[in-house]
Ligand binder design. Structure first.
Ligand code: SAM
Length: 257
């Protein structure tokens, strides 16, 4: 399928493209994989670049971008550790973003989704599935080199602790980017979603420099993207020209048409 629409590179992420369709902003990744679609997403080709639609209703990372995430995104050539990869919906897009020279180590502990992830890695050469419990990173540390970034989406009560232990063990010494899809409902119902978010931010800010968290509503209820860079007093990419500083909506999209 070919498209006559204009696709623009997203600021700071050269393999992520944005376009406007029916007044709505859409995200697409330049794929490193082969068809068929992974989860029913649309494919197209623009200037000989094969693209896949990055669906915010299916991926918390796409939702975060559309909600104005201003922190780092996976970039070409980087190594990322992905915790809770399931069948590879978002992990395949992260692999697209790091491109053919990057790699994604995708950890999943449940056998059924792992089987699909393994099959997917036959079509995504830079995706390395790891069947393991993310609570025990020392068990796969020999398989995973120090990484440029850690993405976690495990939806567990101890998601913060799982994330922190993996980052501590596997981050590259000269810097590591952090993305945590925080599911507050998994942290207990006795406190509000915003109280859980505040706790997570407080915990992580002792060890990392955080970008502004974003709520993933209306795409993913009770979820936030939290992250930044490992280490205190790191420089964050807020100065990237053109990076949105607020949720992106229809008004801005109409103006761009
Ligand atoms: C919300 S789903 C992930 C969806 C996926 N990240 C995506 O966007 O396509 C959470 C996944 O984390 C996995 N998971 C939960 N706890 C885990 C653990 N301790 N170690 C590894 N995987 C875990 C679950 O089996 C499930 O597949």
């Amino acid at each position: 399928m070919r498209s006559g629409r204009e696709f623009r590179p997203y600021p700071g992420a050269s393999r992520l493209l944005e376009t406007i369709h029916d007044g709505r902003e859409e995200l697409w990744t330049e794929t490193v994989g082969d068809p068929p679609p992974v989860y029913g997403e649309r494919w197209t080709e623009v200037d000989r670049r094969p693209l896949r639609q990055f669906d915010p209703t299916r991926s918390k990372l796409a939702a975060a971008v559309l909600r104005g995430w201003s922190g780092d995104l996976p970039a070409p050539g980087e190594l990322w550790l992905y915790l809770g990869a399931a069948t590879g919906t978002t992990a395949s897009h992260v692999a697209d973003l790091v491109g053919p020279d990057g790699r994604v180590y995708a950890v999943e502990r449940s056998l059924r989704p792992f089987g699909k992830l393994l099959a997917l890695s036959g079509r995504w050469p830079n995706l390395r599935p790891v069947l393991a419990d993310a609570r025990a990173p020392e068990e796969y540390a020999a398989l995973v080199p120090p990484v440029d970034g850690v993405y976690a989406d495990v939806a567990q009560p101890d998601q913060l602790e799982i994330f922190r232990r993996n980052v501590e063990l596997l981050h590259r010494r000269d810097g590591c980017r952090l993305l945590l899809a925080l599911k507050t409902a998994s942290m207990g119902r006795e406190r509000s979603s915003t109280a859980h978010l505040a706790e997570a931010q407080r915990d992580l800010s002792e060890l990392a420099t955080l970008a502004a968290s974003v709520a993933l509503e209306p795409f993913h209820r009770g979820h936030f993207m939290v992250g930044g860079r490992w280490g205190r007093d790191q420089r964050l990419p807020s100065a990237v020209p053109g990076r949105p500083s607020r949720p992106r909506g229809r008004r801005r999209e109409r103006r761009a048409r």
